[in-house]
Design a protein around this ligand. Structure first.
Ligand code: NCD
Length: 431
């Protein structure tokens, strides 16, 4: 079966590390034509790519591409290797990844897009069962992992909180992990202690995914964040290499920023501006490692001082639940609120505003403001939507069905709304 044109084109731009403009020039077409070829099939502006252009892109990839997607045999790619931890497959940390593995994962996420957009269905994971073990609060991570597994044909068992789990009776991580492994084929764990999910993984040969271990890591979030950054940049004609990323808020306890900055450090020549109250600064070990990789890291006291020139604002919530009992929040005032007035006055016009969510929308929280909700620069819901294809790609890899997905797709029997959210029509064509 022919690879969908959107997957082929995105693969080509990733492998050649070219902006849309440079790539359009390389294949001798106009940028507008390339934009229309990249839109989802169901979009009104979508255009089919001429066969001659498809052949030309395939030839360029075969001669200049970094990776032999077309010759690579099943289960031998960088991605599967990156998931191997002590003889089993797990996703515990972003440090498992290199750029080839990321490219492979994002290729697979692109393949999943028609399923994530509810145009196609697949049953490659029919009969498989996922355990979602969440010992901390979660909405999107738990539901999107569950939905991603279901959309590949699997089923999900959920447990939430300590109170209703046997851990409240003093059961060890080892016992819980071994017991659950007898019931299911993959496990997602969120737990308040750093390192606890790796401990779960050591007690089982069933794939374990870290859904957040205290202030440690949140690798699937960082992967979907990077996927979002790449897709936003593709449209805006930018590359991750050389980008300026501003991270704002709780950089001490926020596991999403810990994982994201480490993942971005795999790219070249980035500039990071870290904006937080001094008591919530990014851990020095992470800053040192990123600087040693040749990136520029600057610290700014307020967003107004740090946002100039940024390509991405990545705002975060204050993680009050992780504060020591005598720890007080100081110096986090309304100067930290990312809102329309600040974006207009301090940022480049093509800045992209992101947040892992949830944002604290209560008065006085100074989190990302709702006044940007229908501004196309706000990417937070495109970001959450991207959680589905990226998590589907993670499951398909961990369970070894990645090569079967394309062939398994059938048309969906129902039609979803053309725009999922009430403000989404403003974002039409942002692909
Ligand atoms: C984040 C988390 O749990 O680390 N949420 C998420 O998974 N998208 C961020 C947060 O809770 O602030």
């Amino acid at each position: 079966m022919n690879m969908p044109q959107q997957v082929l084109l995105r693969d080509a731009m990733r492998q050649l590390n070219m902006t849309r403009d440079a790539f359009a020039e390389r294949i001798g077409s106009r940028r507008r034509a390339l934009d229309a070829w990249l839109l989802p099939d169901e979009s009104n502006e979508f255009r089919a790519m001429p066969e001659v252009a498809r052949r030309f892109v395939s030839e360029i990839l075969a001669s200049d591409g970094r990776r032999g997607e077309y010759t690579q045999s099943a289960h031998e790619g960088a991605l599967r290797k990156s998931m191997a931890v002590e003889g089993s497959l797990h996703l515990l940390s972003v440090s498992q990844f290199n750029r080839d593995a990321i490219d492979e994962l994002f290729h697979l996420a692109d393949v999943m897009q028609p399923i994530a957009r509810r145009r196609k269905v697949s049953r490659v994971l029919e009969g498989a069962v996922l355990a979602n073990l969440f010992f901390e609060a979660s909405t999107r991570t738990r539901v999107s992992f569950g939905a991603a597994f279901c959309r590949l044909g699997g089923s999900v068992c959920d447990t939430t909180g300590f109170t209703f789990s046997s851990m409240a009776k003093g059961e060890s991580i080892y016992d819980t992990s071994r017991v659950i492994s007898g019931y299911v084929d993959a496990i997602v764990v969120r737990h308040p202690e750093q390192g606890s999910v790796a401990e779960f993984a050591r007690a089982t040969n069933v794939p374990v995914i870290n859904g957040g271990d205290g202030p440690g890591e949140h690798p699937s979030q960082a992967l979907l964040d990077l996927y979002t950054i790449q897709r936003e940049f593709s449209r805006l004609g930018k590359l991750v290499d050389g980008a300026h990323i501003a991270m704002v808020g709780d950089l001490k306890y926020g596991r999403t920023v810990h994982s994201l900055i480490k993942l971005l450090a795999l790219y070249k020549g980035l500039k990071f501006t870290l904006i937080s109250p001094p008591s919530l600064a990014m851990p020095a070990g992470i800053v040192d490692a990123v600087s040693r990789n040749g990136h520029v890291v600057e610290i700014a006291a307020t967003p107004a001082q740090g946002l100039a020139g940024a390509d991405i604002i990545y705002a975060t919530r204050i993680q009050k639940e992780r504060f020591a009992h005598d720890e007080v929040l100081e110096g986090f005032d309304n100067a930290f609120e990312i809102n329309r007035a600040l974006v207009e006055s301090a940022c480049k016009p093509d800045v992209v505003v992101m947040h892992p969510l949830p944002r604290d929308s209560r008065p006085g929280s100074h989190d990302l403001s709702v006044d940007l909700n229908n501004d196309p620069r706000l990417a937070i819901f495109r970001q959450t939507d991207n959680g589905i294809p990226v998590r589907m790609a993670i499951f398909a890899t961990l369970l070894g069905v990645d090569k079967l997905v394309s062939r398994s797709m059938r048309d969906a029997a129902w039609t979803p709304p053309s725009h999922i959210g009430p403000d989404d029509s403003t974002f039409h064509g942002l692909d």
